[in-house]
Ligand binder design. Structure first.
Ligand SMILES: N[C@@H](CCC(=O)N[C@@H](CS)C(=O)NCC(=O)O)C(=O)O
Length: 338
């Protein structure tokens, strides 16, 4: 029988205590002085680096919002570009603090990789891009297609399920990046491309002749995209979760990067709680009282982030659709700060 002496027990408790302290993601990030964020290796609108080394995109701005919350400085973030296949291992092995790379929340991922999705930043769905010359109007006419797809994604099992369920034959053409998929499609190695509809908007724009291809209207899956963290740190999970909710609540309350100075004088209780002029909701999470104010000032509210990167004010021009607020015809619904 195993004997646990009081001294050993004490050492174990102290040891575990010290280990738990050292493992706090917030502390590690604060000690380092910057956030390490895993992002896309190259997808317009979501995560992309330009010739000058400047990162931009919807997921990139989420990293900046987090950095602003933590450091009051959205530039205190290092971006790590990751392929679909590499992303969850990078998170598990602590190469990154958080993954913000058009990743679909599924039960299997939380089970298999020991990761957790603190929320949804973008409600998406899978679609198909085809040359107009194929003369198809619906995904049900895609029998016999050569389909370009990226491994390590939800995309491949979704589309094979769909083709099998509808008794359609297909050939899979694997490509390791969006750039490779575009090259293969333009070289005629595949005559169908499939991924999240948002990514197809971005990819279509990068084709030499965007007008020669179309996105079919069928949406064959649910792709709730959001940031991802490890399962071992509830505090960090909650920080990431509430930064997302803060940007959504800010839009709902009419607080934006342009109106924030006026909003700080507001007497509306919900605005005051969001901005920390009343109450201190950041404290239990290890954050400052103005944690949300910092994020909103740095990147704007949800609408500003969406419109700038993928929506009306961007090259992609994706309609808000499901990503409208719940009181405006969409399904974006953030729990209240109170
Ligand atoms: N949301 C899906 C798909 C994510 C994904 O990797 N999409 C591709 C679409 S082309 C992408 O972002 N590729 C960019 C790259 O890695 O070069 C998932 O989480 O599995």
């Amino acid at each position: 029988m195993l004997k646990v002496t009081p001294l050993l027990a004490l050492a174990a408790v102290l040891g575990f205590g010290a280990a738990a302290e050292a493992q706090t993601t917030l502390k590690a990030v604060q000690d380092r002085g910057s956030l390490v964020c895993g992002v896309n290796q190259g997808l317009d609108g979501f995560g992309n680096k330009d010739d000058k080394g400047q990162w931009s995109g919807f997921d990139v701005d989420f990293c900046r919002a987090l950095a602003a919350t933590l450091f009051n400085d959205p530039t205190k973030v290092q971006f790590v570009p990751l392929s679909a296949e590499a992303r969850f291992d990078a998170l598990k092995s602590k190469q990154i603090d958080v993954l913000s790379r058009n990743s679909t929340w599924t039960m299997g991922r939380e089970g298999d990789y020991g990761v957790a999705f603190p929320g949804v930043t973008y409600y998406d769905g899978q679609a198909f891009l085809v040359p107009k010359s194929r003369n198809v109007q619906s995904a049900l006419e895609l029998d016999g297609s050569k389909v370009c797809v990226q491994p390590g994604t939800t995309t491949e099992p979704n589309f094979t399920d769909y083709f099998n369920a509808n008794h359609m034959k297909f050939e899979v053409v694997h490509e390791g990046s969006a750039a490779d998929m575009i090259a293969a499609y333009q070289a005629g190695q595949c005559n169908t491309m499939t991924t999240d509809a948002s990514a197809l908007f971005a990819i279509r724009q990068q084709l030499a002749k965007p007008g020669d291809s179309m996105i079919l209207p069928d949406v064959i899956s649910k792709e709730p995209l959001g940031p991802v963290v490890r399962q071992d740190d509830m505090q960090w999970f909650n920080i990431v979760k509430w930064v997302n909710f803060a940007l959504i609540n800010a839009e709902e309350l009419g607080v934006s990067s342009k109106t924030i100075d006026d909003a700080l004088k507001s007497q509306k209780p919900a605005v005051m709680r969001l901005l920390g002029t009343e109450g201190d909701f950041g404290k239990p999470l290890g954050l400052s009282q103005d944690w949300a104010t910092r994020a909103i000032r740095a990147v704007g509210n949800y609408a500003e982030v969406f419109n700038r990167n993928v929506g009306a004010d961007s090259k992609l021009g994706i309609p808000r659709g499901l990503n409208e607020l719940w009181d405006n015809g969409g399904i974006l619904y953030a729990p209240p700060i109170r």
